[in-house]
Write a protein that binds this ligand. Structure first.
Ligand code: MF3
Ligand code: CO
Length: 291
């Protein structure tokens, strides 16, 4: 239920300004676009300045954690050691790793190697070796605010095929980012992502997407990277979501590990790569909050 705001009431965004001087024309614009048949964001998906400031602080930790991993990752290392680094640094900086105990997840970070698409669980038994490609996906909670991003790392010398996959997967994210603008649609971004992947002979995982983030780990909307320009949800200033396509060298099909019920693999066992950034839609474009 939502009580209709009067023009002189205080705006719902808690700016302290009158509705007519704040979000009234914004709301009317969204309502017109909804009436044309488009999906539009709910108010909960639009963050105010205080919330954005809190999310930004959380993201600072997330970036620092991945910078630290980048400096210390090396061949011969157990993925368990990455988990320990992420836990120690995040907590030293006053945050908590969001994955820990999330839905029963046992560790502080995801480490997905080669044909692991995502949700690889750090372990003493997984030792990074020369030629591996690994995604390290970190997420932080600070004062109730969430951040989420991931990067790929090449361990020592990797094959040219894998190197190209890693590079193109990153380019896909930044092609997507260029398509993020207020009053555009999430499908503009999704199309930019998969066009670039397909142009390079790759596929994009369909079943797992990105998400809104900030006040929760995973918020609406669910974000597809196989979507079409002009489709999916309207983007408006104050929305925060992730761009995190999983790009496969071979076919797009995946399966979930039956033993741990978490780790996702490519069905054809060919490598997969993923980079994740967390993006704020601004008045004139987009800003990366975490990478
Ligand atoms: N960090 C992942 C994402 O990008 C989610 C991991 S869920 C976990 O959305 F429980 F495995 F951590
Ligand atoms: Co994410």
């Amino acid at each position: 239920m939502q009580i209709k705001l009067g023009r002189n009431d205080k705006c719902w965004c808690k700016s302290g300004r009158k509705y007519k001087q704040c979000h009234q024309s914004f709301d009317e614009k969204i309502a017109r676009i909804a009436a044309e048949g488009h999906q539009v964001p709910a108010r909960e998906m639009i963050k105010n300045a205080d919330q954005i400031a809190g999310i930004r602080q959380s993201a600072k930790i997330n970036i620092a954690v991945l910078d630290y991993v980048a400096e210390h990752i090396h061949p011969g290392m157990q993925t368990e050691e990455i988990d320990q680094m992420v836990y120690s640094l995040t907590t030293q900086m006053g945050g908590m790793p969001a994955p820990l105990h999330y839905d029963g997840y046992p560790k502080s970070v995801c480490t997905s190697v080669n044909d692991q698409v995502c949700h690889g669980i750090p372990s003493k038994d997984v030792i990074l070796k020369e030629g591996d490609i690994v995604n390290v996906d970190a997420s932080t909670i600070l004062n109730g605010y969430f951040s989420d991003s991931s990067r790929m790392f090449c361990i020592g010398e990797v094959s040219p095929e894998k190197k190209k996959l890693v590079e193109v997967a990153k380019e896909c994210v930044y092609r997507g980012l260029e398509a993020v603008k207020p009053w555009g649609f999430l499908g503009d971004m999704g199309q930019a992502v998969h066009d670039h992947a397909f142009a390079n002979g790759y596929t994009v995982v369909r079943e797992i997407g990105g998400h809104g983030v900030g006040l929760e780990f995973h918020e609406d909307p669910w974000v597809s990277y196989n979507s079409r320009r002009g489709e999916e949800m309207l983007m408006v200033p104050g929305m925060i979501f992730t761009i995190e396509p999983m790009v496969n060298m071979g076919r797009a099909e995946i399966y979930v590990d039956e033993e741990n019920d978490w780790t996702v693999y490519t069905e054809d066992r060919k490598p997969s790569a993923q980079w994740e950034i967390m993006v704020l839609v601004t008045e004139d474009g987009a800003e990366i909050l975490s990478y």
